[in-house]
Design a protein around this ligand. Structure first.
Ligand code: FE2
Ligand code: FE2
Length: 251
């Protein structure tokens, strides 16, 4: 079985027809350009993942723009997760049609039925880091115990083991908790964002892939300040026999 999917991240959308003014990058136009590229280059993709920072300022109007763009321009399954720029209440209002500020996390079977997706909401621990709260850790432990299929895990903040928080702050605060719960499971890929760059590394035995933002890239300075760059893209991913091949697509 071969499963093909697109992993994009950090689209940082605004309301439709937003006046960009001083904002350097027109992220709405760039997102639409990326979606256009899917149709011309990746019509064979089975689904789309977007790993957080869906909107830049958490606005209802930004989520409405995302929802309508996906409904009008992309007719395959889409799976979303929330990042530190997102607003749970406004997201839930638009996408789930409910008034709630609960975190957005779930497990779903993926197309072709031989893999499943677990998505976690890493929220905002501080300006750089995310954290998976106790409610989700408990749910993850119970849910994972009943899954025998290979799992793709999606969360906004990239998890690391053994990387000092003082040396690199742009990560998940409690990565060890996630690893301890999942270490005996078949995790075929962990898909993250937040760093606005395409990196691949391992969390223990599990491969982790981050996708570039579709709006802008980021360079990191030693003092943790960031500089926005023109480096943007997404990942086209092929899962075959438990191995994931990533093609980084620049545009
Ligand atoms: Fe971002
Ligand atoms: Fe982020």
């Amino acid at each position: 079985m071969e499963l093909k999917f697109i992993h994009m991240s950090d689209i940082h959308l605004f309301a439709k027809n937003y006046e960009y003014g001083d904002v350097q990058y027109n992220t709405n136009d760039l997102f639409e350009a990326a979606v256009e590229k899917f149709h011309t280059n990746h019509d064979d993709a089975d689904f789309l993942l977007i790993s957080g920072d869906l909107v830049d300022n958490g606005s209802v109007e930004g989520y409405e723009y995302l929802k309508s763009t996906l409904e009008n321009r992309w007719h395959k399954p889409v799976y979303l997760c929330l990042g530190n720029h997102d607003n749970r209440e406004n997201f839930n209002k638009v996408f789930l049609e409910k008034n709630s500020n609960s975190p957005y996390y779930y497990m779903k079977p993926l197309p072709l039925g031989e893999t499943c997706l677990i998505t976690l909401d890493s929220g905002k621990f501080n300006p750089w880091m995310g954290i998976i709260d106790c409610e989700q850790l408990k749910w993850l432990e119970e849910t994972a115990a009943n899954i025998d299929l290979p799992i793709i895990l999606m969360l906004h903040h990239p998890p690391f083991l053994g990387v000092d928080m003082d040396s690199f702050k742009f990560q998940l605060n409690n990565s060890q908790d996630i690893y301890d719960i999942l270490k005996c499971k078949n995790i075929v890929a962990i898909c993250s964002g937040h760093v606005h760059g395409a990196y691949s590394y391992r969390l223990g035995q599990f491969p982790v892939f981050t996708a570039e933002g579709t709006g802008f890239g980021l360079n990191f300075a030693k003092d943790h300040s960031t500089i926005a760059t023109d480096e943007r893209g997404y990942n086209f991913c092929i899962l075959n026999e438990g191995n994931v091949l990533i093609k980084r697509i620049r545009f």
